[in-house]
Design a protein around this ligand. Structure first.
Ligand SMILES: [Zn+2]
Length: 298
């Protein structure tokens, strides 16, 4: 089995034809590992931008790639071809978090015209993989951990590595893969990119459901039990949709308690995520006041 660890560095630039900013890939780094997780080859490509002739100050500072260096880089199409011949028949490609994949899709869409794509075969989100090992070792935060912090936590000596330099990030990632390797976990997380749902899932943009009659909403999700006695309740106002929440007032059929129930739905590729909130009952304001204020203006 051969593994590829890939790391991309990108700069956020304004892309005129689309009238929006895109994450333009300007460096492609990769290392190839054998069955014993030893690095047997590496690749480092600087990509010349066809969109702008300057890099942002932030990008230059982070990566060491100045505008001059970038302008001497390789055209993107050639860079991807070179990358693909490096990957060749390697079984699994890994990146530190799937944000690299989103950037790959974006760059394929806007910068490659003839259907050329990054070669992926099987894919592993290395961050997810390593973070599960960290949990086993007592790490607690749910936030995605940065490469440097993960290396620290696992006691990897990173002296002599330049973080945010594509190939060095690959080397550190490869070390973390080796330290955290677990066959069962690997098999549970590795994905076949030739499976149609792989890219469908990536391209799917989760959205909040705003129509109360949407067939993705189960009627039972719109019911609340009484926060006081757990009894059945009746909805006593119409649903309102405010800031992604469906909001209404409820009254308990058993104890008469009134409260404000809120429910939000988010459609993701795999499921509908539902959140419920119970808030203090707020009766509607008396109409008189409104009438008064209106008549005052007149
Ligand atoms: Zn009650």
């Amino acid at each position: 089995m051969e593994y590829i660890v890939t790391d991309l560095e990108w700069d956020n630039v304004y892309f005129k034809p689309e009238k929006r900013f895109i994450n333009q890939i300007l460096q492609i780094g990769a290392v190839k590992l054998n069955d014993d997780f030893e690095i047997i080859d590496s690749l480092d490509i600087i990509v010349r931008s066809e969109i702008s002739n300057k890099v942002t100050g932030r990008f230059a500072k982070l990566t060491g790639i100045t505008s001059e260096i970038m302008r001497e880089g390789m055209p993107f199409k050639e860079a991807v071809e070179k990358y693909n011949s490096f990957v060749k028949n390697a079984d699994v490609t890994m990146t530190w978090s799937d944000s690299d994949l989103y950037t790959i899709l974006e760059n394929e869409d806007f910068r490659l015209k003839d259907g050329l794509k990054f070669k992926l075969n099987y894919y592993l989100d290395l961050q997810k993989f390593v973070q599960q090992e960290l949990y086993k070792r007592g790490y607690e935060s749910k936030n995605q951990i940065a490469l440097e912090a993960a290396a620290d936590f696992l006691g990897l000596n990173t002296e002599g590595f330049e973080f945010h330099t594509a190939v060095d990030d690959c080397r550190v990632s490869a070390e973390l893969f080796k330290i955290s390797y677990d066959k069962a976990r690997f098999e549970s997380l590795v994905k076949d990119t030739s499976d149609k749902s792989f890219f469908k899932r990536l391209r799917f943009k989760p959205y909040p459901i705003s129509d109360i009659n949407d067939t993705d909403i189960k009627p039972s999700e719109l019911e609340f039990s009484c926060p006081e006695c757990n009894g059945k309740t009746t909805r006593i106002t119409n649903w309102k949709y405010i800031n992604r929440w469906f909001i209404s007032n409820f009254k308990c059929q058993k104890c008469g308690f009134k409260f404000n129930g809120r429910v939000a739905f988010k459609r993701t590729y795999d499921e509908v995520k539902v959140k419920h909130k119970v808030c203090e009952y707020k009766p509607k304001k008396r109409k008189n006041n409104d009438v008064q204020s209106v008549s005052e203006k007149v």
